[in-house]
Write a protein that binds this ligand. Structure first.
Ligand code: DGP
Length: 114
């Protein structure tokens, strides 16, 4: 897969407001926030899209979701709630082809999305 801006963030080649990191996961604030809290959870090992994920990626994908939930809980959003989103390819609205989970919190979300 081609290199992305998120791979550059993992390698610290460009700056980001990093809010969480472990051996496999990095989380940083979205440059263009859509909610008072908008954090992106990415695997350090790049997978381009959800469609590219294979059974061997299951644990890593689970870690992304659990890291997002733990962050939301630590920030006190678990009772009011929050939204987690993975956009995939064109109709999904994906623009950066390094898989990421959006965590949106701090305001009422609406359904269906636009
Ligand atoms: P998506 O459309 O699902 O691929 O989301 C990509 C998100 O990445 C979008 O909400 C804006 C954000 N983004 C793009 N470039 C950068 C960047 O250089 N830094 C940060 N922090 N976020 C970025």
């Amino acid at each position: 897969m081609t290199d992305t801006i998120f791979a550059k963030i993992v390698r610290r080649e460009i700056p980001a407001d990093i809010v969480y990191e472990d051996d496999e996961v990095l989380a940083f604030r979205d440059l263009n926030p859509q909610a008072p809290v908008h954090v992106l959870f990415i695997p350090k090992r790049a997978i381009a899209t959800l469609d590219d994920a294979v059974p061997g990626d299951a644990a890593l994908l689970g870690k992304l979701l659990l890291a997002a939930a733990a962050y939301a809980r630590a920030q006190g959003f678990e009772k009011d709630g929050y939204r987690t989103v993975i956009n995939t390819n064109g109709h999904g609205g994906q623009t950066v082809f390094h898989i990421h989970v959006h965590l949106l919190a701090g305001r009422q979300m609406h359904w269906p999305p636009g």
